[in-house]
Design a protein around this ligand. Structure first.
Ligand SMILES: Nc1ccn([C@@H]2O[C@H](COP(=O)(O)OP(=O)(O)OP(=O)(O)O)[C@@H](O)[C@H]2O)c(=O)n1
Ligand SMILES: C[C@](O)(CO)[C@H](O)COP(=O)(O)O
Length: 393
């Protein structure tokens, strides 16, 4: 999990929307636009705090909206400025934790996906600056009076938000831009002009900015499609997993990603991590994608001695692509020996990190079989798990 702060911009006037009010208050499916956008960050456990930049004159109406929707995430209201860039600068000055990445996002983009937020967070930790963007699909012409030139489309990307940065870098970029009297249409351009690289994370064409009245119709159609999809595929999906590995001499005993000192280890084509296999199977079951044998066959040399954490990471990627995050996971390791208790917390931590969830959502138990059956005779270790996934859309 990577903590970040989100600055959400809502201090514009929405003139091009021609709604007679700030477009942030426009109802989409009975909920104001800004509430849809804030909800994306509210649902993301990586988001520690939201700085909501507003027009001072709309403070009361915005506050009543927030009260009516009772968000858990701390939302700090800050007055914006005349231009978007001024609003971002004000937002930056209100950020309380200056050591974690800061995401700058248009309140007018309600459909950003959680998996893209997480990709941005990872890239920001590595490169300090990243943005979501999509390759342009139209042919782009540059017009000089009546003369046109055609730009090379293969190098052109349409910038979106969030754009994410280390706090010191983006603060400096804004300070330098202010001193130079430079105005950019996004925040990445302020970092680019410092000669710094900004990492591009390919986003989705669905991450539209509601700018004109036509965009409202597109957003409604997108929402209704999403709702039907969530209805078809289910708000929640449940899956269960079960696995057994034989105990053998000369093998490592890896359970839940932790190497446990023991006289024997688990036998298998991969590292034979019985617990991570069980969790992977439960997740695959929940999304209707078969089992790990189908995805990582034990006849494939590529998975010989494979690190099961990597396999579970790949499975989780599939889960996220289908729009789900972890509701909760409960698992049991069935082993006469080794004694599991000293390792349970570390295992929980590992699994929570792999499933990009808070540790409170992961429970790991262990039991013996009172010396009965194959686990009781120390011939092998079994494990079982049940997982609940929730649809983030
Ligand atoms: N002074 C400003 C101008 C814009 N924004 C925010 O920046 C985002 C992107 O800007 P845009 O789509 O241009 O919104 P508006 O400025 O509201 O629209 P318009 O230009 O049509 O008036 C919006 O969420 C908007 O609320 C802001 O916080 N402060
Ligand atoms: C930042 C931005 O969303 C990137 O596409 C965009 O430039 C802001 O919108 P505006 O209409 O240019 O204010």
């Amino acid at each position: 999990m990577i903590d970040y702060t989100a600055i959400v911009l809502a201090a514009g006037q929405g003139k091009r929307m021609k709604a007679g009010k700030n477009k942030q208050f426009l109802l989409l499916d009975d909920k104001p636009l800004i509430i849809h956008t804030l909800s994306v960050f509210e649902k993301d456990e990586w988001c520690r705090e939201i700085v909501l930049v507003i027009n001072e004159r709309e403070k009361e109406s915005m506050q009543s909206l927030l009260d009516a929707h009772s968000f858990k995430t701390v939302i700090r209201l800050t007055a914006g400025g005349k231009e978007r860039q001024d609003s971002v600068y004000q937002g930056l000055k209100s950020v309380s934790n200056k050591t974690i990445p800061v995401f700058i996002h248009d309140g007018a983009r309600p459909f950003v996906e959680q998996s893209h937020l997480h990709e941005l967070a990872k890239e920001t930790m590595e490169h300090e600056a990243a943005l979501l963007a999509v390759p342009v699909t139209d042919t782009i012409k540059q017009r000089h009076g009546n003369k046109l030139t055609t730009l090379d489309r293969t190098t052109l990307w349409a910038a979106q938000t969030p754009q994410s940065f280390s706090y010191p870098l983006i603060l400096e970029a804004h300070e330098q831009a202010e001193q130079a009297g430079y105005t950019g249409t996004d925040d990445a351009s302020l970092v680019e002009r410092m000669g710094r690289d900004v990492k591009v994370v390919q986003g989705s064409y669905d991450n539209m900015k509601l700018t004109t009245p036509e965009d409202k119709a597109k957003a409604l159609s997108h929402l209704s499609h999403k709702n039907n999809k969530a209805g078809d595929e289910g708000m929640f999906r449940i899956g269960q997993g079960f696995d057994v590995h034989q105990l053998a001499e000369g093998r490592k005993c890896i359970i839940g990603g932790v190497e446990i000192p023991y006289e024997k280890g688990l036998l298998g084509h991969s590292d034979a991590d019985v617990l991570l296999h069980t969790v992977a199977d439960a997740c695959l079951g929940a999304i209707g994608e078969g089992d790990i044998g189908k995805h990582f066959p034990d006849t494939d040399e590529a998975y010989k001695d494979a690190d099961s954490s990597k396999l579970l990471e790949d499975v989780w990627q599939l889960v996220q692509e289908k729009g789900y995050s972890l509701g909760n996971l409960d698992c049991t390791v069935i082993a006469q020996a080794p004694k599991m208790a000293p390792y349970i917390e570390e295992i929980r931590k590992n699994i929570a990190a792999l499933l990009q969830a808070d540790i409170s959502r992961v429970n790991v138990k262990a039991t013996t079989t009172e010396k009965l059956g194959f686990p009781g005779r120390g011939e092998g270790i079994a494990s079982q798990a049940v997982v609940l996934l929730q649809n983030d859309n």
